[in-house]
Design a protein around this ligand. Sequence first.
Ligand SMILES: *Cc1c(COP(=O)(O)O)cnc(C)c1O
Length: 367
Amino acid sequence: MSNFRPQPRPGVLSISPYVPGKSGAPGVAKVFKLSSNESPLGPSPKAIAAYRGVGEHLEDYPDGAATRLREAIGRVYGLDPARIVCGAGSDDLLNLIARAYLADGDEAIHTTHGFLVYPIATLGTGAKPVVAAEKNLTTDVDAILAAVTPRTKVVFLANPNNPTGTYIPYDEVKRLHRGLRPDILLVLDAAYAEYVRRNDYATGLELVAENDNVVMCRTFSKIHALAALRLGWMVGPAHVVDAVNRIRGPFNVNAPAIEAGIAAVEDAEHIERSRQHNERWLPWLTEEIGKLGLTVTPSVANFILIHFPGTDGKTATAADAFLTARGLVLRSVAGYGLPNALRMSIGTEEANRLLVAALGEFMGATA
Ligand SMILES: *Cc1c(COP(=O)(O)O)cnc(C)c1O
């Protein structure tokens, strides 16, 4: 019977659909959404104003080339706008890269707890996701290099990674690149780059500029707090930009996103405020949650991974239910192979303090 109806291409039905972080807590008056790494400070007020301004002209198609947005990004990052492509979130760009560079029988590598969009985008093309083991929940360059085969076409690397919050130093990224054949595309996903305060970290823009096989994806969903608008950008060599531009939707970025994005990327003060908020609360949460006897993976991003003992009722599932009942909505990461951990986005001061108090209660409660 199933042969007599349309069949999706091989790979599509192997995809485990992406499960977004929960956004609600039924019956709770005040909800703190700490499940998708959105910024607790919200977007720049200038971005909100720019977004509202577009409401007067919803009949017009947006600029399909997002020219003014690419120019603004180019000014802020010192990049040639011609090397930038904007997308409906970095999801869009990651999928476009997969579609442009992967086909049946090809392989794309990501790490054990790499962002779930990588295997989804890979399987959608008929190619095979290949998992490179991590060490201590951190990217292991040697494992990635060992996973390369003649069929490898793409390597996806989130640095820092989500959901682990860990990173590898720039020297390691360069060593990875040196070890890859020149026909393998290295995709650096720097969604959380703005938060990282480590001397040995770099996003890799220089690697993109100097090579024919490196691209970088960035997002407006995290520090810029425009997740609702779906906006991201990538920068790469001219030939990759050309390929991606050929297959992207002609109007893949909407007009409100373009205008809000320009205002957001230019609001250095707001970005700095968001960074400082994170710099204050990331170490505080790591320490306070550690004091409760829970392990927190050291994070350089705007979220932490909290590990539960998994015994005596102290499971991630039980903690999730306990916290949700108090309006504290964290992210289950069972889909990432971390059934006894929860990921928490750094929240407002109020949310962070409530979370530590509630977790203390949870850990103290007898099973
Ligand atoms: C959140 C996130 C993104 C951003 O995705 P958008 O589609 O731009 O919202 C990209 N990569 C990683 C690793 C992320 O965690």
